[in-house]
Design a protein around this ligand. Sequence first.
Ligand code: NAD
Length: 353
Amino acid sequence: MNARIVLLPGDGIGPEVVAEAVRVLERIGARFGHHWTLSSHDIGGAALRRHLPPLPDDTLAAAKSADAILLGAVGDPSFDALPPSRRPESALLAIRRELGVFANLRPARAWPGLEEAGPLKPSVLAGTDLVVVRELTGGLYYGEPRGYDSAAGTAVNTLRYTRPEVERVARVAFELARKRRKRLASVDKVNVLEVSRLWRDIVTEIGRSYPDVTLTHELVDSCAMRLAFAPASFDVVLTENMFGDILSDEAGAVCGSLGLLPSASLGNGPGLFEPVHGSAPDIAGQSKANPIGAIASVGMLLSDGLGLHEEGASVTAAIERTLASGVRTADIAGAGRPAASTTQFTDAVIAAI
Ligand code: NAD
């Protein structure tokens, strides 16, 4: 295959983990006979430093014409005083909206050998392998009217969903559940929110076309508790934008370091693949970043973005073999244990492909 892949390294550890993920991508290309045309573009603080907007026009144009996009992270504390629309992070919301990537898939799993890395008892975490499917381009983060009137001491955001928005993300989640363990938990707050009534009605309706998938509905507060008490009881979790933002971080946290988590954002055009973590200014430039989130995002880019399932699976298997051989970055090594650098860990993954 020949594929055009746009790289958006961004800020902080973003460029470090994207560079490693690209080495893995090149290894897969060589091993399976694919050719990648890679081009790198500025986003976030990296664009602001060049006196460009957080999402420059040519970055967006390149992303729109790519087959898939790999993003590192955006966020730079030196721009924190800017108004929200000028801050690096505004590029994230803008690129998701512009690409129309309405379904955000965030897998969270207990990597074999890392059961001790998380905050839960290993016996509770064992067997955890779930995916949060979060609606990404609607709901509270985009609804109008919105605004903050500091003089009046009031602020407003709007939570609004339409039938097509719920239908399309529900279908993605049901299709995914069908390929996995065939269980789907749809999460809402139906006891308080009218929007949740719409959500639940539509998900129930779509579920009738997937009789092989067991659908349950769960309130967001109860789901948050169950994620901490019994994460292994979930398969696919479907929810709206803000609940998904919070629950997917919780699901990730129970599995250990933020650095372990990949994500895929899918729509009708090119998919956007990125580790879940931010720019981690506290460890940037020290080769301490865990590249697993970025490398596993390459795995999702291959499988979910380009339809190269065998290649995607071989990335996951290589991460597993690397962890099984005992190689660990500092965030998952445990106190006093030797830690591999970002590059050394990736060397081991590449050797395992
Ligand atoms: P963060 O994810 O950058 O870091 C949180 C903690 O996790 C830090 O201690 C960091 O060192 C650690 N961590 C993160 N990724 C790691 C990795 N790969 N390996 C090892 N340790 C890792 O979140 P934050 O500190 O709240 O935010 C920093 C900046 O990133 C902010 O500007 C924020 O707005 C931005 N941000 C961006 C994204 C994104 O690009 N998708 C997501 C979250 C935060």
